[in-house]
Design a protein around this ligand. Structure first.
Ligand code: 13P
Length: 279
């Protein structure tokens, strides 16, 4: 069933676990994630980067996600990931997203507050929760990481904007880590405390050692984003199909392997974050 961001985040908060948020790119990645969620009886978030909302891709991908979520036997939220402005948010709402991220973290604090608060107000009329970001989560290829999220600043941000959940920078980054990251778990606890318990979001979930993921969830992470691992699983499955001498070139049959490898990866993540059996 298609549900809102606040519904799945509320479930995680109540049960002290974390919702896996998978970035999808095409029909096959959607199929792999939904198959895993149904098998594990887990609530999930399916999310898209703003570039996928354009007419060429969004026209096909967004109705696919909505149809898959409606048909699914488990709660599925369709979320916009890293929306940079009202333009992309409006587009995502038009495509039927039930969760919105407004990422104003590249701007200064006041501008970030102003942009996020505005989007929270728009989304409130549609009963759709908003994820904000404070402390800019960059890429593993950045020369230097920007400063980690400050608990006092996070508290002020949450109070002024009314976000449903908050993405934080605690040693995480997007892409495959060159060496294992060291998450600042004490900071997660401090942010939770300072904000009065806002559900926290961990971006860059591909490649964080399992023990650190578990510690971060115990400290208050309620949504973990997984993008690069979806791409790698899909690529691995495609290569397996290519290298299989018995493969069929009929595209639907050729794609069975990539769907299966995405499903396998998604199942592992669902179990890791404690969402199995929670639907
Ligand atoms: P990874 O690609 O590192 O898993 O990060 C995904 C993400 O955080 C999307 O917002």
């Amino acid at each position: 069933m298609l549900v809102s961001l606040q519904t799945v985040i509320g479930m995680a908060e109540k049960g002290d676990y974390c919702i896996p948020a998978f970035n999808v790119y095409n029909t096959e990645t959607v199929m792999g994630v939904i198959a895993a969620a149904e098998e594990a009886k887990a609530p999930v978030i399916i999310q898209v980067y703003p570039r996928l909302l354009n007419e060429e891709v969004g026209y096909y991908l967004c109705p696919t996600v909505i149809a898959a979520a409606r048909k699914a036997s488990v709660p599925v939220c369709f979320h916009l990931d890293h929306g940079p402005s009202e333009w992309e948010v409006t587009r995502a709402l038009r495509w039927g997203c039930t969760g919105i991220m407004l990422d104003g973290s590249a701007h200064d604090f006041e501008k970030n507050v102003e942009m996020t608060k505005h989007i929270v107000e728009i989304c409130k009329s549609l009963d759709i929760g908003v994820e904000g970001e404070i402390g800019h989560v960059g890429s593993v290829n950045d020369d230097a990481m920007s400063e980690f999220t400050d608990p006092a600043e996070a508290a002020e941000f949450v109070k002024k904007t009314g976000v449903t959940c908050l993405a934080v920078l605690i040693g995480n980054a997007h892409g495959h880590y060159k060496k294992p990251p060291k998450l600042d778990i004490e900071r997660v606890k401090a942010i939770r405390e300072a904000t009065g318990g806002i559900p926290l979001v961990l971006h860059g979930g591909s490649g964080i050692p399992d023990e650190q993921v578990k510690a971060a969830i115990a400290a208050g992470i309620r949504k973990m984003n997984i993008g690069t691992d979806v791409c790698c699983a899909f690529a691995d499955g495609t290569l397996e199909s290519l290298n299989d001498p018995a493969r069929s070139l009929a595209v639907d049959l050729f794609m069975k392997k990539p769907i299966e490898t995405v499903k396998k990866m998604a199942l592992e993540k669902i179990k890791l974050v404690g969402a199995e059996g929670k639907a």
